[in-house]
Design a protein around this ligand. Structure first.
Ligand SMILES: [Zn+2]
Length: 171
């Protein structure tokens, strides 16, 4: 994706208040991030680890969504889980259940969309083999390019759900 600034990121959030967008802790060293290897910018809030953020290009613009870590007490620590965006299999807590408030009135009423995503939100780097997991259980027959396309499609489907029912859903 194209590099974006602090200001652009804060202005991109669609599912939180302006105050929350202002208070969000952004990744350090934005200009040094490997933008060429990122399909979207994802990070956990260094000051509030239960919060996460995804900023992605969408319809010619940039859209940011805030996520919250959902407590998932049923999951065993030894079980492996698959990220629903990049389909990387992680053991233990490498994948986390996140919920995103829906855009608009639905979100303000507490309506959320939940999905399992790599806990560090670094899907783009796993897809490209720039970041590795400790277990390699899945045998991927797809090329990196195909895996990138698949992750982008999955992310887009997730964002569609966050936007569902709003006028901007059709954009
Ligand atoms: Zn992932």
């Amino acid at each position: 994706m194209q590099p974006i600034s602090d200001k652009e990121i804060r202005g991109s959030f669609v599912n939180c208040s302006k105050g929350d967008a202002r208070r969000a802790n952004l990744p350090k060293g934005l200009s040094d991030l490997p933008w060429d290897d990122l399909d979207f910018l994802g990070w956990r809030d260094p000051g509030a680890p239960e919060r996460g953020y995804i900023v992605a290009e969408r319809n010619g613009g940039v859209v940011g969504v805030t996520l919250r870590l959902a407590q998932d007490v049923r999951r065993s620590i030894t079980k492996s889980t698959v990220c629903s965006i990049c389909l990387t299999t992680h053991s233990g807590t490498g994948v986390a259940l996140f919920t995103a408030p829906r855009v608009g009135a639905a979100g303000r009423q507490g309506n959320t969309v939940g999905t399992y995503i790599c806990a560090d939100l670094a899907c783009s780097l796993y897809v490209r083999g720039k970041k590795r997991v400790d277990l390699e259980t899945t045998f991927e027959t797809l090329t990196v390019e195909e895996r990138v396309v698949r992750a982008v499609v999955n992310l887009s489907a997730f964002l569609d759900k966050v936007f569902e029912g709003t006028p901007s859903a059709a954009n």
